[in-house]
Design a protein around this ligand. Structure first.
Ligand code: EPU
Length: 398
């Protein structure tokens, strides 16, 4: 018996050469050289294939009866029938054509779960993007276009932009979530909305076809886009292209942002990022300590005449202009002045530093949080005649 080496290519050689080798042992070095050559060729070829077509060689992440605890910032310990995470557009397309997806009762695509409230176990497929690519697609002296994978953590993207000196998203520091959701949700804070910097959004339809939406086609509004309305559930965002400026235009006119930034000297992107992070830290609870999903409600937009009448009655009621005829009223103020700030119902509570945020005091169910939300809405309506609506997506368990 001649032993040439381990591995399936060697096995082929041994099978072919064994009878000859026993008869002519002196050709053994030649066989070994041939074997080495074949092995090297196959290894290099296989390695190249692995790099180019990760789809073929990487195991897809597909888990049954999967805990979603690490995938929702409210801290709900619920399970999905199936969880699927993909690294490439090809993997996503392949999954959409599987029986797992085609025959599932329902599906949900999540980001980091920072805007979700699960009522209970999810009886369907939950999908998540792990596409964390970032590429500069074009650059001039004035601006840069960056194409980012939907699974890129939003605040890591902001940190990257600030470090590169790219302006436009620094006011959106420390918003939980991922790039894909930024484009669906039109995230906003401190006078900036992400629609201001989005150039285009690439998304995959459930049949695997890909469509590119211009900023205009996304039909952005306050915390709103076409992906939340007409096209809800029909497309999965895969990449977002942002346009960032190389010369910053600082937007510091929200609350005490300017005074905080200017206290550190001339404004810089990093100073804005630090100031926004400090403001958010002082008001918003850390989800790893106290489960929450940021703003639970959107700020209601009401007719200016209604606001004027209320203002006469409640002179401290703040507002932001929306148009000639409309104003936005902070839901946090309405809830606070209705006496709900810091109050709890069961194991759910209104946060004691920002009334717009509902928190899980520990072990609360989705229903408990919703019961609190409904009670708060009702009392705000009874007092001011204004309906506040959740920004958070309530995912029922039926
Ligand atoms: N207010 C109160 N009591 C409170 C909270 C707020 O009286 O408990 C008053 C404040 O005094 C202020 C006004 O309401 O006059 C607005 O408050 P704030 O500046 O904190 O902003 P917001 O309208 O409550 C929105 C976003 C936040 C974002 C901030 C800053 C929505 C739904 N929320 O909150 O977004 O960080 O502006 O731009 O538009 C999020 O989406 O998770 C989020 C935190």
């Amino acid at each position: 018996m001649v032993f040439v080496g381990k591995g399936k290519h060697n096995f082929v050689i041994v099978q072919h050469f064994c009878p000859i080798l026993t008869q002519y042992p002196h050709i053994f070095p030649v066989v070994r050289a041939v074997d080495w050559f074949i092995r090297s060729f196959f290894c290099t070829f296989t390695a190249k294939m692995c790099n180019r077509r990760r789809l073929v060689f990487r195991p897809m992440k597909r888990y049954e009866n999967y805990s979603l605890l690490a995938h929702n910032t409210f801290g709900m310990d619920v399970r999905a029938v199936l969880f699927f995470e993909y690294d490439t557009v090809e993997e996503l397309r392949a999954f959409l054509l599987t029986d797992d997806f085609i025959h599932c009762d329902r599906y949900l695509h999540i980001g980091s779960g920072s805007n979700l409230l699960f009522a209970g176990d999810y009886k369907g497929v939950v999908m998540h993007s792990a596409m964390r690519t970032l590429e500069v697609v074009s650059e001039t002296d004035d601006h840069v276009l960056v194409r980012v994978g939907s699974g890129y953590v939003w605040d890591d993207f902001v940190a990257h932009c600030v470090a590169q000196g790219w302006a436009g998203v620094e006011n959106l520091t420390a918003i939980p979530g991922e790039v894909g959701a930024s484009a669906v949700q039109n995230i906003g804070a401190y006078g900036v909305e992400v629609r201001d910097v989005i150039v285009q959004v690439e998304a995959m339809a459930l049949d695997g076809s890909v469509r590119t939406f211009t900023n205009e086609e996304c039909q952005y509004g306050y915390r709103d886009s076409v992906f939340k309305r007409e096209l809800r559930g029909q497309y999965i965002v895969t990449h977002v292209t942002y346009r960032l400026d190389k010369t910053p235009t600082y937007r510091l006119d929200y609350g005490d942002l300017r005074s905080r930034v200017e206290a550190c000297g001339e404004p810089t992107l990093q100073a804005v990022r630090d100031a926004v992070a400090a403001i958010r830290d002082s008001k918003l609870p850390d989800p790893s300590v106290l489960g929450n999903a940021g703003s639970f409600f959107t700020n209601p937009v009401i007719p200016r005449v209604q606001y004027e009448a209320l203002k006469a009655q409640y002179p401290t009621m703040p507002s932001y202009p929306v148009s000639e005829a409309l104003v936005k009223v902070p839901a946090g103020w309405l809830i606070d002045s209705a006496g709900w700030k810091g109050r709890s119902l069961g194991r759910a509570a209104v946060h004691d530093r920002q009334a717009l945020v509902l928190v899980n005091l520990g072990g609360a169910t989705g229903q408990e949080v919703m019961a609190l939300a409904e009670r708060v809405c009702e009392e705000v309506y009874n007092r001011y005649g204004i309906r506040i609506t959740p920004e958070v997506n309530f995912i029922s368990c039926d």
